[in-house]
Design a protein around this ligand. Structure first.
Ligand code: UD1
Length: 430
């Protein structure tokens, strides 16, 4: 039994340092295998997913050295084989970035079909369409995606929908293709820009990342670099909403406030004060929260990875709120858990209709996936009494030192492994 025990009711107050962006780091780690020179990456979050990615790299002969907890030195000059299929990698989504990275450098890759959070169908048809447009063959055999090409040639690719993963994956392969690739309807997320900046620092020629049209002029070779990953927009947003639901006053530090604008805007709409400075954002929740409407959208819209967190807050906001999920079709599974805490939420297909209640009460909860798990932690922090949350391994895929960071803000949360430890927690927290 590995669970979080949480006694709610304390407002979160203080400052918290935000780590490097998980989703940027995962793609950047894969991209580091695209050169035989040494690459040093700083601000890599110490998470299960980054560890799995690094282990997968080691399994094909990449040398990985941790200079410190958040800095890795990678050298991929002795890659032995191009098949990535260890058990860990099958569980994470970002494994697909090895396809683009290795296809670009070696014109061949075999990677286990990607896993990741169960939040609905997660097809990879757009990745495949992109690789094929570059001249690669792609087939699926024995649970592996196999892609290979005689030569990769630049192409004009129009994505059917906005996809972060396919935009990055095609950027990776096209960086080492012959000639120019144009991606239309590209994703504009901050981590797409970060990966483009990283590749450019290795000698790639990518323009337009952060807009709908990305232009990549293929180069023959990439070289070593030193690079710092951007801060994690979703970790920051989660703490900002934790401040809101606990009626707290939290400053998230080491962030890029521009990346948090859609989150800040919603917090202000529901009655929080939000102050931005150069690399920090402070959220003060002094007034009762009020209702709003929100629809998840690709960047710069409100992120789907913040949908559970805002739903938790709206569940405690006066009036009727509506949350529409437009990216993933099965992302309201955690609502049953919130209902057991006293929330009044009705889900109809991709819409949640929320009738705000005055309080949540502690309950035994299970994290259904990464972001929903984190959102349930924030609900428990706001609730009356003690909650327990099972399956915290989901949460630890995306949040480094989550209990410790929350404790530093005054939260009563502990990771417990036995009934005895849970009892002790209950006694200690009264
Ligand atoms: C990434 C993030 C995830 C985030 C999501 C949206 C990583 C490891 N994960 O996931 O945390 O929630 O972006 O910001 O970075 N789609 C297709 N065909 C494809 C690819 C995607 O139909 O080939 C659809 C998906 O089903 C989804 C939408 O496009 O409905 C967006 O997906 P995408 O942006 O690619 O998300 P992921 O890369 O899976």
């Amino acid at each position: 039994m590995e669970q979080y025990a949480i006694k709610g009711g304390n407002p979160l107050v203080g400052e918290v340092e935000i780590g490097g962006a998980k989703n940027a780091a995962l793609a950047i780690l894969a991209a580091a295998a695209m050169t035989d020179e040494t690459v040093v990456i700083e601000n890599v979050p110490d998470l299960r997913d980054t560890m799995v990615m690094l282990q997968a790299m080691e399994s094909i002969g990449v040398q990985v050295e941790r200079e410190n907890r958040h800095t890795v030195r990678i050298n991929a000059k002795n890659i032995r084989n191009l098949v990535i299929e260890d058990d860990g990698i099958k569980k994470i989504r970002a494994s697909y970035y090895f396809l683009g990275a290795l296809l670009g450098r070696y014109k061949k890759a075999e990677v286990a079909l990607p896993g990741g959070c169960n939040i609905g169908l997660r097809p990879i048809d757009q990745h495949i369409k992109g690789f094929r447009a570059l001249g690669a063959e792609v087939r699926i055999e024995h649970g592996l995606i196999i892609t290979e090409a005689e030569r990769l040639r630049g192409s004009h690719i129009y994505f059917d929908g906005v996809t972060v993963g396919a935009t990055i994956n095609v950027m990776l392969a096209a960086a080492l293709a012959e000639g120019q690739t144009i991606i239309e309807n590209a994703a504009k997320e901050p981590h797409v820009v970060d990966v483009a900046n990283f590749l450019n620092s290795m000698g790639a020629s990518i323009k337009g990342a952060g807009t709908d049209v990305v232009r990549i002029r293929g180069v023959q070779k990439l070289h070593g670099t030193e690079y710092t990953v951007i801060p994690d927009q979703i970790e920051a947003g989660t703490f900002m909403f934790a401040a809101a639901v606990t009626k707290g006053d939290v400053t998230v530090k080491n962030v890029i406030p521009k990346h948090l604008e859609s989150i800040s805007a919603k917090l202000m709409e529901i009655g929080c004060e939000v102050e931005e400075s150069d690399d920090a954002v402070r959220v003060v929740a002094a007034k009762p929260l009020t209702h709003t409407q929100v629809k998840t959208l690709p960047y710069p819209g409100f992120p789907t990875d913040m949908q559970p967190q805002i739903t938790v807050a709206l569940g405690l906001s006066r009036g009727i709120s509506i949350v529409t999920e437009s990216i993933f079709e099965n992302r309201f599974k955690y609502v049953d858990e919130l209902t057991r805490m006293g929330a009044s939420i009705k889900v109809e297909s991709n819409t949640a209709i929320i009738d705000g209640v005055a309080k949540y009460t502690g309950a035994s909860l299970t994290a259904p996936d990464l972001r929903a798990g984190a959102a349930l932690v924030t609900a428990a922090l706001a609730a009356e009494g003690v909650s327990t949350i099972d399956d915290v391994n989901f949460i630890e895929r995306g949040y480094e030192d989550f209990p410790q960071k929350l404790q530093s803000l005054g939260a009563q949360i502990e990771k417990v492994n036995t009934e005895r430890e849970l009892k002790k927690f209950r006694l200690k927290t009264g």
